[in-house]
Design a protein around this ligand. Sequence first.
Ligand SMILES: *Cc1c(COP(=O)(O)O)cnc(C)c1O
Length: 380
Amino acid sequence: MFSPEILLPGPTPIPSSVQQAMMTPMSDHRGSHFAPVVSRVRDALANLFQVGPGGAVAVIPASGTGALEAAIQNFFAAGQRVLSISTGAFGDRFAKIAQNHGLSVDKVEVPWGQAFSPLDVVERVAKGLYAGVLVTQNETSTGVLNPVQSLASLLNNLPNSRRPLFIVDSISGVPSVSMEMVDWGVDVVLSASQKGFMCPPGLALVAATERARIHLKTEGAYGYYFDLNPYFEGQLPYTPAVSLWYGLDAALQLLQEEGVQARYARHHTLAKMAREFANAGGWHPIVDEDHASPTVTAIELPPSYDPGDLRKKIARQGLQIAGGMGAWHHHAIRIGHVGAVLPSMLFGGLGTIAHFVPHPDRALSAAWAAWHAYTIIEEV
Ligand SMILES: *Cc1c(COP(=O)(O)O)cnc(C)c1O
């Protein structure tokens, strides 16, 4: 059988150079073959996240949730108070992890489909004494891009003694949306290999600035395997996921060739295509344009549709898209346009989905709207 086309918010398509790099034969992971890969990847990641002098990026073997858990374990102790801002399923998950580790969690729940308000958050922070603020940059369950930079600048205005550690889940954000840790004042950013990084699942990334590293718990304060100290110091404490490292190295090379600004622009174009398609087809992109995620678009379907049934029909055409999460399961689909997705690929996928818009006479307008969104942006 042909492998499916995928427009998912992870895992994402793997470019052939990445696929090939992952077939590199094994060698001693502490030997001379692998060493240059490790240093290239570390340098490229530090540069990408802009961790600044004294900052570092830990690459640990886990899916993204492992990065969330590692951050909680390494930067906080049980009993410490954190403010957790949830704008959807992944924000809920971050709060739950903090609770399970015995932190005292004040949770702010923003209605699904909306972004958090930086002013509201900083007001809450000013009222309590928090060791940390946990947020999601790109909420994959709803397709919302949250204003992380604005919140960072407000938090930075707080006196140092009251300034919490600012921790951002950007698992479906970086490197598809901008992140300038030192300039913005973000202390810790979490990501993972299987979304914008165009690799298979299996590597979790924890980027920390020097300020964050000062808050790192000392070795032995908790657990063992997810102790980030050796990773930040540049060691590979346990057998690394060697093949995934080769893949990440090749993927970062592709990112450099494309250029980060060009990549952000590409995802902006893709999001615009998906939204215009949905609007013209008689469906409804749930999130306002101002807060729309560049990497995933949630589309509300009329009650006459069963999203599961629709996804099955689309899958029979060889295309996999995602369903709604949580309460959105019954009325929404999500189209992922993250990682190695080019406008032509999205256009092809939307062309398939166009068969299923509410009125047959709208199929052509929907496809045309997607194409138009693409060409308009190209001309700018
Ligand atoms: C994908 C994702 C995660 C982590 O999911 P894993 O399945 O553990 O990789 C966490 N947060 C966000 C925002 C995500 O998109």
